[in-house]
Design a protein around this ligand. Structure first.
Ligand code: FES
Length: 605
């Protein structure tokens, strides 16, 4: 049952979302569903918040709320006694602690909200009456634009076409104007004006559809990057691009096909016309950015690993072919050097680390990247962490979607207690669950310091058909896939290699800059998988340096959040241009003690 632990006369309350301890603010008279949405946390709400579907279940752990509504009583029955409520029906009366069972389907998109000015490059200019006057439609329009201070403007063919059609009818309309390029992209009667933020992940592509008029994120969806069939990691994709016939073209097309498939879905779901999407900001590592543009990543296949260009790149969609307006500009967030691409820029701007004196950022994507900010200088590096923490190449690994074990702990007798995204039976285990189980296996001495699984006398530890040891998390009878969910010795090795790569990278940056871990004001952890990372477990396995646990902050999908900020704010764009002047790129392969540190980092302490 709910109990009061804080009372306040303020109109606002703080809600702590468990088990991730994310703090959000809410108005007392607004539903928790609305507060969650405003904070970028999306949960299932099939009936749109009318209290009919019962999908938006949450549990009030602490705090005072309104009494259950009749719909809640009907749908939840006795569950109400244990604190279960419907997020769309419950309103806070005091600070709350709320358990949100899952951010179903939105896992890869979660990121804390950073405040930034809404100031997109694309803007709508209403025109009162599109007239036909001599000497031409265009001259009439240009004269009108001149009165608004817009001169020497470029006008797209589509805009001229629409101008002709609309002026015959003499009706009101809107000009879609790109302020950064002094370009009229479209002329139309409606006000629909959208943009896309895209995370070009090596393993997963994530797309947010954003309303450019008010900055609201309408929807976010994700899918495995279609390139995955040509190689799981960046190195194998570079190899494929360099050696396979039409390899580069295939990789380019595979990525575009994934994006376009997602666009068809997201537009249909949100009733958005593809031509109403006028700008895109995309963030990816260097190789993904190059492959998106169809450029050869060959330089990154061997030392000195120099990308073909540094900084950002903008291209008009008619040269790429996304299913959006052909005149839309697509901006790739800047490449900082070698394997450090726009995804890291996204992390840097969305984390807020630019405001810290000394801070570390770790992106646990397929390619791990580490950033150290000290005074005004931003040191960046990357390491080949591989996709293990994204569930790829792990026996029971999977993406952080419905059916994935996202958290797990081992009780007495090594009995697992876990939670599954979306509830229901488990299909596999995702990155955050893998870190949990790795840490739990260390904690319970199931694996030794070298990472070897011990032959402990317990039914959950057994030898598999290949003769190697494995730990059974769930027996097949209780899974959704009809086979045991396991962690094998080979899986532990993969995870060990990934964590050693990350640990080596942050150790080298700290050593090179004479920075002690205690000096760090914050350690930001980014990654599509890392949203629900258990901080203690991340510390225990060595994924983050030994700092006070309160300094470890998750920024979720920082790459996507940064792309959104870039899309929506010209001020953010100019801040990004500024930060490029203060970046120092460190190549790990040139570090003399790299090998020694890597081997040391493989062990568990
Ligand atoms: S959204 Fe359907 S019951 Fe809350």
């Amino acid at each position: 049952m709910t109990t009061t632990y804080s009372n306040t006369t303020s109109r606002y309350v703080t809600i702590i979302i468990l088990p991730y301890s994310i703090k959000i603010r809410a108005r007392k008279e607004e539903s928790i569903l609305s507060a969650l949405r405003k904070s970028g946390i999306t949960i299932d709400a099939l009936c749109g918040g009318r209290g009919l579907c019962g999908k938006c279940r949450i549990r009030i752990v602490k705090g005072e709320t309104n009494s259950p509504t009749s719909n809640e009583v009907r749908i939840l029955g006795d569950l109400i006694k244990n604190g279960w409520r419907l997020a769309c029906q419950v309103m806070p009366k005091s600070d709350l602690e709320v358990e949100v069972p899952s951010f179903k389907g939105q896992i890869l998109d979660w990121a804390p909200k950073m405040k930034f000015p809404l100031d997109p490059a694309i803007t709508l200019i209403p025109i009162e009456n599109i007239r036909r006057e001599p000497p031409s439609n265009l001259d009439t329009l240009l004269k009108e634009l001149k009165t608004l201070g817009i001169t020497n403007v470029h006008i797209s063919l589509q805009a001229i076409k629409n101008l002709v059609l609309l002026s015959r009818m003499g009706i009101q309309g809107n000009i879609v104007y790109n302020r950064d390029y002094n370009e009229i992209i479209d002329i139309k009667t409606d006000e629909a004006c959208y943009g896309l933020a895209i995370d070009l992940g090596t393993t997963t592509i994530v797309i947010s559809l954003v309303n450019l008029r008010n900055g609201v994120i309408l929807d976010t969806i994700s899918e495995y990057n279609g390139q995955i069939t040509y190689g799981r990691d960046i190195i194998s994709r570079i190899g494929y691009a360099m050696t396979a016939r039409d390899g580069l073209l295939r990789l380019h097309r595979a990525m575009l096909e994934t994006i376009n498939k997602l666009l068809v879905t997201i537009f249909k779901k949100n009733n958005v016309e593809e031509r109403a999407v006028y700008e895109v900001a995309a963030a990816g590592n260097t190789v993904m950015s190059l492959l998106f543009l169809g450029l050869p990543p060959h330089n990154l296949g061997s030392a000195p690993f120099e990308p073909p260009f540094l900084g950002g790149y903008t291209i008009t969609n008619d040269r790429i072919g996304l299913k959006i307006n052909p005149d839309a500009k697509i901006h790739l967030l800047p490449v900082l050097g070698g394997y450090v691409g726009g995804d890291v820029v996204g992390d840097i701007i969305s984390s807020g680390m630019l405001n810290d004196e000394v801070a570390l950022l770790i992106d646990l994507g397929t390619n791990g990247e580490v950033v150290l900010k000290k005074a005004e200088i931003i040191y960046v590096t990357s390491c080949a962490a591989g996709p293990a923490f994204e569930g790829v190449g792990i026996s029971s690994g999977m993406m952080a979607i419905e059916g994935a074990i996202e958290r797990i702990r081992l009780k007495e007798e090594l009995e697992p207690e876990y939670s599954v995204i979306g509830g229901g039976r488990a299909r596999g285990i995702c990155g955050s669950g893998l870190i949990d189980i790795l840490a739990e296996m260390v904690r319970h001495s199931i694996i030794d310091k070298q990472g070897r699984i011990k032959e402990v006398d317990n039914p959950r530890i057994r030898r598999n058909k290949k003769g190697s040891l494995e730990f059974v998390i769930e027996w097949k009878e209780a899974t959704a896939v009809g086979k045991d969910i396991v962690v094998t010795q080979q899986d532990v090795r993969q995870l060990q290699l990934a964590k050693a790569a990350i640990k080596t990278a942050y150790k080298i940056l700290l050593n090179k800059t004479n920075t002690r871990a205690e000096e760090l004001k914050a350690v930001y952890v980014a990654g599509g998988f890392g949203n629900f990372l258990n901080k203690e477990n991340a510390l225990l396995v060595g994924l983050v340096p030994k700092v006070d646990i309160s300094k470890v902050k998750f920024i979720g999908n920082g790459s996507l959040a940064g792309a959104r900020m870039f899309l929506l704010s010209r001020k953010v764009r100019s801040r990004v241009r500024e930060l490029l002047k203060n970046v120092i790129h460190i190549s790990l392969h040139e570090e003399p003690n790299f090998r020694r540190l890597f081997i040391e980092s493989l062990f568990f302490e």
